[in-house]
Design a binder for this molecule. Sequence first.
Ligand SMILES: Nc1nc2c(ncn2[C@@H]2O[C@H](COP(=O)(O)OP(=O)(O)OP(=O)(O)O)[C@@H](O)[C@H]2O)c(=O)[nH]1
Length: 429
Amino acid sequence: MTDKVSGFFKRLFGTEPAPAPTHSEPETPLEPIPPVPETVLPASAPELAPAPPESLPETEPAPPPPEPVPSQPEPRDTPEPPDAPEPPHRPLPPGPPETTPDYIEDVEDDLAASPAPVAAVEPPRQGWLQRLASGLKRSSDNLSTSITSVFTKRRLDAATLDDLEDVLIQADLGLETATAITETLRRDRFDKDVSGDEVRAVLAAEVEKTLGPVARPLVIDAAQKPFVILMIGVNGSGKTTTIGKLAQKFSHEGRSVMLAAGDTFRAAAIEQLQVWGQRTGAPVIARPAGADASGLAFDAVTQARAEGRDVLIIDTAGRLQNREELMDELEKVIRVIKKVDPTAPHATLLTLDATTGQNALKQVEIFGQRAGVTGLVMTKLDGTARGGILVAIARKFGLPVHFIGVGEGVEDLEPFAARDFARAIAGQD
Ligand SMILES: Nc1nc2c(ncn2[C@@H]2O[C@H](COP(=O)(O)OP(=O)(O)OP(=O)(O)O)[C@@H](O)[C@H]2O)c(=O)[nH]1
């Protein structure tokens, strides 16, 4: 597999992978409010040229921000919208003429002259498997090296099994999975010769068994128009990027998608979503930074419904799960969405940054309690040796894992497949 994936490995790891999120970075002061359109950016009128394949939005230079930032601006204490939509918003500063016919024509000319946007490229299935293997290489190498170092003697004895259990726990797989693997080996191979490959096969089988039940696709109920997806998670966990990738997928499936820039705390997050909207042809509902997130969500659902959109994906500001007031604000967003459609949000997806390791367990617990998480997306499996945490999460919570991300590119997110993941993390070809 090494030869097969080396090109992708280089592509994925050509730059330093994101360090583990151990820091808290203060929210940088907001830049002056950019001219954010209050309503919809026409799909045909991108403000910016399409980004090159696999590049990040220029506006988000990817400082690995993995660890949540506790010191973001406090949520504004705006009253919950009544049964009518949010009161009129303050007038926007004059925006760029992105909706004027001249501008559209200019952009269309530019687009015609430029290479096809990244969205047009559909990677072959094999490409994804290679990326998955490359992405999980740090996790699998870590496990493989540790397993090899434990199996210095060929015969399986109690001490070796204990050491193996420690290795598996340190790889974030969780106590139960570690115990299940060592028990299988004790039962089948005790006092017999055992190779590293055999151990890896047992590891892959156990991981697949654990992940199989949670590998469930995100089903878009066509009866819901729009099918509302709320993206939540701690700062920098990959919400906005995942929204862009999902918008791409849904658009390719022929669905009409609308995005809502509900991370109103950060001007850069709004711009980032707008860039994704332009890339994927999805209109973006946005307001200037500092606007009330729940009011924006209300308007977005109302507008998506009026336009008969198939899918509405709402971004939210990143928030630490232990910040009460921010979790209160998230609950408010959900309450307000329900005023327009009591059945919404139809999916509440928690993005988990794999590099956070054990802290991800706490995030699932608290976000689950406060926001009713319906499914998980694990991002940044390429930037960590701690991919095993997904196994521990699956075993503890049993929540559906819909997608995993192994890179920043639009094609680096795929539906979660237990067998592929298990084989990749166990280092099996
Ligand atoms: N390597 C890697 N990077 C990723 C992946 N998913 C997202 N990122 C990067 O992680 C960084 C943060 O992603 P965002 O989408 O901005 O995260 P967010 O949750 O919206 O962040 P906040 O708005 O601060 O809450 C960006 O630089 C992304 O490109 C992934 O699967 N792999």
